[in-house]
Design a protein around this ligand. Sequence first.
Ligand SMILES: [Fe+2]
Length: 325
Amino acid sequence: MSRLWGLFADRPRPRLLVWGIELVFTHLIGALLGLVFLPVALAVALWRGDAAAAPLIGYALGLTVAGYGVFVRRRWVVVRELEVPCAGLPSALDGLRVAHLSDLHIGSFDDERVGRRWVQRVNRLQPDLVAVTGDLVTSGTWSYTAVSRVLSELRATYGVFVILGNHDQWSGEQFREELAAHDVRVLNNTSESLRFERDGGEAHLNVAGLGDPYTQSADMERTLALRSAGFTLLLSHYPSWAEQALGKDVGLVLAGHTHGGQVGVPFLSGRFNVARAMGQRSRGLVELEGMQVHVSAGLGTSGLPIRLGVAPEIVVLRLRSLEAR
Ligand SMILES: [Fe+2]
């Protein structure tokens, strides 16, 4: 049992071993995809007059796609900027730029160096605020210190706010302590009120962070109870909890968890991806009864270290006040 557990535990591993594991995964996924590509491979093989070559052609096609997913797409981070029209956003907050990161899954596959590269990209964008919506690690407690170091390097004019996800709960209390020791602000069923002064106007932005529903420690009432009068930005790891914020004067919800499906049909992955197939809101911006919800496709991976059709992303949300227009 302990050996089986060891296979799934995301403990630190030598870089060479990780490459080896990635190659084995590439081969296995490539072989599976080879079956999907078999009709195409058969057509090519028949055209070449050598039907027996079909399995090899199929495997070569599958291996190419799997290699792209494991070594290229997974590492090829997309930075997007998105305008978010927010009802009830005070004009003093109009134009506020919030960098939304999620699902870093720092560990053996995406280690501290990779996390640091992500952080450098975020810092170059010079956001006003950074929100990190959970799943900072994949499993165990081994990477708590590493990811705390990584997040402590994030810079934003008005602060960096972090919540934990379901993968961070191996020892949630220990994790929160480690993050706090690195001066990383973690919201756990609580909110912080930020005061803004712009062009003679004054406004409050409440940044609220929900606890973890997976361990049944999420408490929406408590999270929203201590707010000042103003606009509320709610961080919730699970997109499905956005519905519970309806009617509670929340202007914008930021969520993650789904990884955008992590694997989807290329060019059509917004509609056809693993998360959508499982009935989840996979990624992007939606409006629910006047409340905006942004679901990040995340940066790292869990399960298999592959992304296909779904880029890892850093999204900068530029909040726009409907009233200021
Ligand atoms: Fe995740």
